[in-house]
Design a protein around this ligand. Structure first.
Ligand SMILES: Nc1nc2c(ncn2[C@@H]2O[C@H](COP(=O)(O)OP(=O)(O)O)[C@@H](O)[C@H]2O)c(=O)[nH]1
Ligand SMILES: [Mg+2]
Length: 345
């Protein structure tokens, strides 16, 4: 990772349905992101897309493609993808994993960003627990992303499933996206008169510290706001990883001007013990937002998780070990009869 980024071109690329919805919502916030782009195989994903460049990779078959088939369809589009990343110093690649588009293309875009000399931070939305069918590809894609990115931030949809089982999938997505964008927005906030932002270098330093990172958030209006919100933000991490693997964390507190210095200090001091990781390296930022009422919102980006529940999503890997992976490289499947059309360079 390079030194301080001054006039950085920060680009966020949304890939597939989830990635495009999240990046579109992010494009409506004021953040450090300079440019936005959207890549998908499904034109319908672009209907609600925010400002930014768009790239549609048409599927030449009627059948549902696999992630490696999508990589095959995308081969003739690598130059266009590079164009979306032009002059970028930092690229955030956002995708939901488990289906074809995000799983197939997020590692490709992150890899192209690295090749072009940018830092690539991948933000992976992992499937809901009820989406068992999606586990295998999401596990594979997560590993591929880790191999090609400077850092991978995991947002787990499973953490939201207690939202109310009556909710429709669309409602669940809306809640999930709102949470994700709140957390990403506070992490990537611009300097303003009423905030002490985290800064891009701290974010990059945290996600590149090793292992996976988790991005979570919670809010509280109780007397013990900071402690309450913090413990609720990180409790879900324990179900996905070994809490005490945490090595670095960034905490962002958002609320009205009544956030006190002591509240902040308490939160930061308690975080190491909450993770059971006394040497946890914690950075924090505060963002004052009028109209926040008495609610304190806490976003936590914690990194260093080398073992996660996603390791077991790929059963072949679990049996053969990392070297036995059947789909370890960024292979592309070329559909029969299309080889001539999809010429590989
Ligand atoms: N948080 C969130 N997850 C989503 C959204 N849309 C789809 N997902 C999840 O993302 C994963 C991949 O789905 P999708 O984005 O449709 O796949 P793709 O379009 O082929 O990349 C699945 O686990 C979906 O449940 C969304 O808007 N928000
Ligand atoms: Mg989709």
């Amino acid at each position: 990772m390079s030194g301080p980024i001054s006039s950085a071109e920060v680009v966020a690329v949304g890939i597939g349905s989830a990635g495009i919805r999240i990046v579109s919502a992010l494009s409506r916030e004021t953040t450090l992101v300079d440019r936005f782009a959207y890549v998908t195989c499904d034109r319908a994903d672009l209907e609600s897309a925010g400002e930014g460049e768009r790239l549609v990779i048409e599927s030449p078959i009627a059948q549902k493609p696999s992630p490696s088939m999508v990589r095959g369809f995308a081969l003739p589009h690598h130059e266009e993808m590079k164009g979306l990343l032009q002059d970028a110093k930092v690229v955030f690649v956002v995708a939901g994993l488990g289906r074809a588009t995000g799983s197939g293309l997020a590692p490709v875009v992150a890899g192209l960003a690295r090749e072009a000399g940018a830092d690539a931070v991948s933000i992976a939305v992992m499937p809901f627990d009820f989406e068992e069918r999606l586990r295998f590809y999401s596990g594979l894609a997560l590993k591929k992303l880790r191999a090609v990115s400077n850092g991978v931030v995991v947002i787990d949809n499973g953490a939201l499933f207690n939202v109310g089982s009556e909710a429709t999938l669309k409602e669940l997505y809306e809640v999930a996206n709102k949470e994700a964008v709140k957390a990403l927005g506070s992490l990537l906030a611009r300097q303003s008169q009423d905030s002490i932002p985290v800064g891009l270098n701290k974010v990059l330093g945290t996600v590149a510290a090793g292992g996976y990172s988790f991005l979570t958030s919670a809010s509280s209006g109780s007397i013990d706001k900071a402690e309450d919100a913090l413990s609720r933000a990180i409790i879900g991490i324990g179900k996905k990883a070994q809490m005490n693997d945490a090595s670095h964390a960034v905490v962002v507190l958002t609320g009205d001007a009544s956030i006190s210095a002591s509240e902040t200090a308490t939160a930061v001091r308690r975080l190491g013990s909450m993770f059971g990781s006394p040497s946890l390296d914690v950075e924090y930022a505060v963002s004052y937002r009028s109209g926040a009422g008495s609610q304190l919102q806490v976003s936590v980006l914690a990194s260093g998780f080398t073992r996660t529940k996603y390791d077991s999503y790929d059963p072949i890997d679990a049996i053969l070990g990392p070297r036995g992976n059947i789909d370890d490289s960024l292979d592309c499947t070329l559909v029969e009869g299309l080889e001539r059309v999809l010429s590989c360079e």
